[in-house]
Design a protein around this ligand. Structure first.
Ligand code: AOF
Ligand code: ZN
Length: 369
């Protein structure tokens, strides 16, 4: 296998941690002996548990092989700090590996080059920057938060081919637009996020829970933009505080209503007013940034989604398209909401099938910006 192919494999391994390791980065590691054979593979599997390098060293030893004298391909600089686990750089030194090839430096303050320094001081050859762009694409939210202290915003929606976002039965009941496979995937996306944001329109229409199911102990903090405070204490959101926290951003000063919601465990926060007299989404993101939010997912209707795009506040799109034409439905149309927006290209787009549907994921800016 050629040099870069080992790193490509480490990147593929890293992806297996998606939905289980956040807010930690996805990291993969491949250990290769001087004959070019892969002797150990590992990835970071769960938040708070062993890092990728430790799992790869363990894999090597379980096979009865020695990592001594080997080359280590890792998608992120090995860590140098005692966090929830001891430093990976120390474990690699102890294992007497010959060289470490890393795709990128760890941008977090705790590491930022110290892992490489530890390795070099111990006489281990270090090469950084191999397949950097692909490795950065694994963790754009982790990188943005580490470098700029700003959250990464993911807009998710499901649509028909012609851009309608809801399907209604002849009796007026809401139907599922997308397949079960797509919906399962959305719950994995929810598990990967620390916040999920929706507008009151969605809440009044669907009475949603907005939790990750199954949660595996990870469900995002729910945020609702509700300028007139129309949410009520008997809605499923207010009744499920044990499953995930709920914060309402509002412009209302109705103290009685605020008290009723607060008594249910709902956190009610005064929002800033935007130029249209609504809760300012910039203001909300500022507050979330101050709480070190890393991945904020927006599951909203066409108007709020359009507002994020119009303000340039969307970083990534996840669009599930079902093979349906709903042109006569007349409801909630994205093309209508987005009319008048300047067109723009997307970056790093990928298509994945989910049952009958296709999922497009794409970034609104190149990853290097
Ligand atoms: C690595 N390899 O596989 C990962 C790293 O709290 P801890 O101990 O789990 O440390 C988390 C931090 O370690 C995280 O913020 C990031 O800087 C680094 N992640 N480092 O050497 C890995 N996941
Ligand atoms: Zn580590």
């Amino acid at each position: 296998m050629a040099y870069q192919q080992y790193m490509h494999w480490a990147i593929e391994l890293a992806k297996r941690g998606f939905g289980s390791v956040e807010p930690n980065p996805l990291v993969g590691c491949v250990i290769v002996n001087p004959e070019g054979e892969v002797v150990g593979e590992g990835w970071h599997k769960h938040f708070g548990k062993e890092h990728a390098e430790i799992n790869a060293l363990q894999d090597c030893r379980l096979k009865g092989l020695s990592p001594s004298g080997c080359s280590v391909y890792v998608t992120l600089e090995p860590c140098s700090h005692y966090g929830k686990t001891p430093p990976c750089a120390a474990a690699l030194i102890e294992a007497e590996v010959a060289e470490v090839i890393a795709a990128m430096e760890d941008p977090s303050e705790k590491v930022a080059g110290r892992g490489f320094n530890m390795l070099r001081k111990a006489g281990i050859k270090v090469e950084a920057g191999v397949c950097r762009e692909q490795a950065e694409l694994l963790n754009p939210a982790f990188i943005k938060q580490s470098r700029h202290s700003r959250p990464w915003v993911i807009l998710k929606w499901a649509q028909s081919i012609d851009g309608y976002m809801s399907e209604t039965s002849p009796e007026g009941q809401d139907l599922w637009l997308t397949s079960e496979a797509s919906r399962e995937n959305v719950h994995r996306l929810r598990r990967s996020c620390d916040y999920i944001l929706a507008g009151i329109g969605t809440v009044l229409a669907d009475d949603p829970l907005l939790t990750a199911r199954p949660s595996h102990g990870r469900s995002p903090h729910r945020i609702i933009l509700d300028s007139k405070l129309r949410i009520t204490a008997d809605m499923r959101l207010s009744q499920s505080i044990d499953a995930a926290p709920l914060t309402i951003f509002t412009l209302s000063e109705d103290q009685e209503k605020i008290q009723t919601l607060t008594d249910c465990g709902v956190n009610v926060v005064q929002a800033q007013r935007d130029e249209n007299g609504r809760c300012s989404i910039r203001g909300v993101l500022d507050k979330l940034a101050a709480k070190n939010a890393q991945r904020v997912m927006v599951e909203a209707g066409p108007e709020l989604l359009t507002e994020f795009i119009r303000c340039g506040l969307a970083d990534e799109l996840w669009i599930y398209t079902a093979p349906k034409m709903l042109c006569s439905a007349g409801k909630d149309s994205l093309p209508k909401a987005m009319a008048g927006l300047p067109g723009s290209g997307l970056y790093h787009s990928q298509f994945t099938p989910f049952g009958e549907d296709i999922r497009l994921t794409a970034l609104t800016r190149p990853v290097s910006e």
